[in-house]
Design a protein around this ligand. Structure first.
Ligand code: AMP
Ligand code: MG
Length: 266
């Protein structure tokens, strides 16, 4: 599957409105897509075991997207075949006072993966040039410098063996309306509803402008962004699963050779 069609080429000009959240260019059929996803899940399970056994690489997955874009659902589906001990998920919320007393990368750096580990960031340091920018939480001259700081940070992580993959889950404004309405209508989804989401939704265009800059300034060779059409959940899961599995495959990992001389003694 040529997932490069969804990758943001480093240095390219980005406008969110050029991406179609309904597009499914790599698979035309939902049933077929779901079947392929099951195979990818299994492949990922095996690759994670190899990653852990080899103990040579680290994997960082960054998930960003508007409210209801499916960040949690992505983790649930894509990681379905991976041992729970093989992946750690971190959800970044509004920073605490202690976190705000430090530089914006401090809390994030602490959660980056070690050798053999996969870490998934549900929201990330990118909030510091998204929500922070949209709500003027710091001065422009402060957040403007952060793109370069983020690139340097990610370069340092890559230099120490980290594979970084970043996904923007691209839903349409109309799809968000439907999903928020479902959260209001379905008692089993009430817990997901936050009044703040309605307020944030009004700022949709500001967020899209902020995402334009994120994708344009921080999609790099070592840490590329993928804009994933995410109105169709099955397609989102299929593409992200494939990007991840292909990235792990390309590491050409091997199980370590262990000296098994000796005998099992009663
Ligand atoms: P949720 O992902 O729905 O649980 O919400 C987490 C909330 O925390 C979102 O509204 C984010 O915008 C907010 N958040 C995450 N990181 C930051 C940050 N660095 N500064 C301010 N708000 C943040
Ligand atoms: Mg929320």
């Amino acid at each position: 599957m040529n997932t490069n069609v969804h990758r943001v080429e480093p240095g390219s000009k980005v406008r969110m409105k050029d991406f179609d959240p309904d597009a499914t260019p790599l698979c035309g059929d939902k049933a077929d897509g779901k079947e392929q996803s099951l195979k990818v899940q299994q492949r990922l399970g095996e690759l994670q075991e190899l990653l852990y056994a080899e103990h040579h690489h680290k994997v960082l997955i960054v998930l960003q997207g508007m409210d209801t874009s499916g960040k949690d659902g992505t983790v649930r589906h894509v990681m379905n075949g991976v041992s729970p001990s093989g992946v750690q998920v971190f959800s970044f919320k509004k920073p605490t006072e202690e976190e705000l007393d430090h530089d914006f990368l401090w809390r994030v750096h602490a959660k980056t993966p070690g050798l053999g580990e996969i870490a998934v960031f549900n929201r990330s340091h990118y909030e510091d040039v998204l929500v922070v920018r949209v709500h003027n939480l710091v001065k422009e001259k402060v957040w403007r410098k952060r793109y370069e700081q983020i690139n340097a940070f990610e370069r340092a992580l890559t230099a120490s063996g980290t594979v970084i993959l970043k996904f923007f889950l691209n839903i349409s404004r109309e799809e968000q309306r439907k999903r928020l309405q479902e959260r209001i209508d379905d008692p089993k989804k009430h817990w997901k509803f936050q009044h703040g989401d309605i307020e944030e939704r009004k700022l949709w265009d500001d967020y899209m402008d902020a995402y334009d800059d994120v994708l344009e300034k921080t999609s790099t060779k070592h840490a590329p962004w993928y804009v994933i059409p995410a109105n169709a959940k099955w397609y989102r899961n299929l593409v992200i699963g494939n990007v991840l599995a292909d990235a792990l495959d390309s590491l050409k990992m091997e199980y370590p050779i262990v000296d098994l001389s000796g005998e099992v003694v009663d």
